[in-house]
Design a protein around this ligand. Sequence first.
Ligand code: BES
Ligand code: ZN
Ligand code: ZN
Length: 486
Amino acid sequence: MIEIKAQEGPLAGIEGDVVLVLAFEGEVSSTVDQAVAGWATELFTSGEFTGKPCELSILHRPAGLKAKRLAIAGAGKRDRFNAIEMRKAVATAVRTLKCKALKRICLWIEQPEFAQSAVEGAILGDFEPDQLKTDPKKVEKRLTSFTVCAANGGSVLSSAAERGRIVGEAQNFARELENEPANHLTPLVLADRAKTMAAEFGLDCEVMDEAQLRELGMGALLGVSQGSDNPPAFILLRYVPADSTSADHLALIGKGVTFDTGGVSIKPADGMEKMKYDMGGAAAVLGAMRAIAQLKPNVRITAFVPTVENMVSGRAQRPGDIVTSLAGKTVEVLNTDAEGRLILIDAITYALRQGCTHLVDAATLTGAIVVALGHVHVGAFTNNDEFLGRVMAAGKSVGESMWHMPLDDEYKEYLRSAFADLPNIGGRWGGAITAAKFLQDFVEDKPWVHLDIAGTAWLDEPKPYLAKGPTGVPVRTFVNLALNWN
Ligand code: BES
Ligand code: ZN
Ligand code: ZN
């Protein structure tokens, strides 16, 4: 865990392994340049450094500074710079510096309003998906502290740094869960993690077991889990603000399939190992609640996390089976690999029964969204454009981009079953949309947004600012949406 600090004072007085400063393209900060007697100007004029993103130069034993090194990192064009670029620039620099065993980093900033995203960047850049590697040297490549420093920032600086710490840690919490292999993270273990987290941060937590789910009538969820020896669970986390003025009650619903073999409609072996991240939606919801418990937004929020393992066995559900959902509607399971929507509909119905007025779900729901949008945008579906606008705006300002996908009534015609109220799949085309359309049948016209994160919850290749593997999307969107509720 990195210690996060905020510090006021002159650049020259900062101690640590390295002071990190950012430089825009073609620009030298006079404060920095004066402190290091023209070194920054020299870097620019020699052409060694231009200020483009991902560039980094290090000066050792900088005369006039207390720190042992000064690192200058590219921040791109000044007119394009914002909180998103700050997060990326710091994360990129941290990922380079930590490999050089520089563990105590101080960032010197001239714009204290970006302290939050700078701290988020440091924490996110520090993350590696190597929880289960036993090499003792790996700890040498982790930061011990990150300090944001500014000439003057006062309490604004320290409170922004604190918010950054909470959000960054929440996102890494989600990433760690996402990355855990399915033999470690079963549905009951996920429920235990939620309980422990809730106890630590003062959230109310309830876990319903298989018998309770049967008693309630969550037939769609139970059909998916029946093939596994690992029993299902339904996790509820409740946040109630101290003095809310709003009658709204937001539901955050996350798909928690701890492993998706596809069931009897089994997936190909190639790449199946990645299906441990089929609980990415659940992880993001739990991560967001971890931050929400600390940042205390002004709206009531309940998390609903149905969690199961989709396995193949003599007890597994078959194609053609018809299950009865909590809402009472029957579903013909034409493909056992379309299991996420089956557990989500029971969660949606349960959320409505708890009195939720607004619903947002996050789910690694379809391969089709990856075909449509690649790994860039989250696919966003809604029955209420105004509400989607708020969710997308919340995402945009924290650098989690979403693309509004269609959900016209005509797509409903793709979902016809001869033997039940609904089939769980549509035809060959528009697979991400028919999945969303299936969910929509259960939301009873409450404002609802469905986020298909199958393409964005996991990176197959690292980015300069993010390690390979779990991304934690959309933790920041959820937190931002909650904090800006009114
Ligand atoms: N978990 C998968 C979706 C997925 C695919 C997530 C790729 C992450 C990466 C989901 O349960 C699934 O298998 N969906 C099927 C639906 C199909 C059977 C209609 C799919 O997308 O192929
Ligand atoms: Zn599946
Ligand atoms: Zn799945």
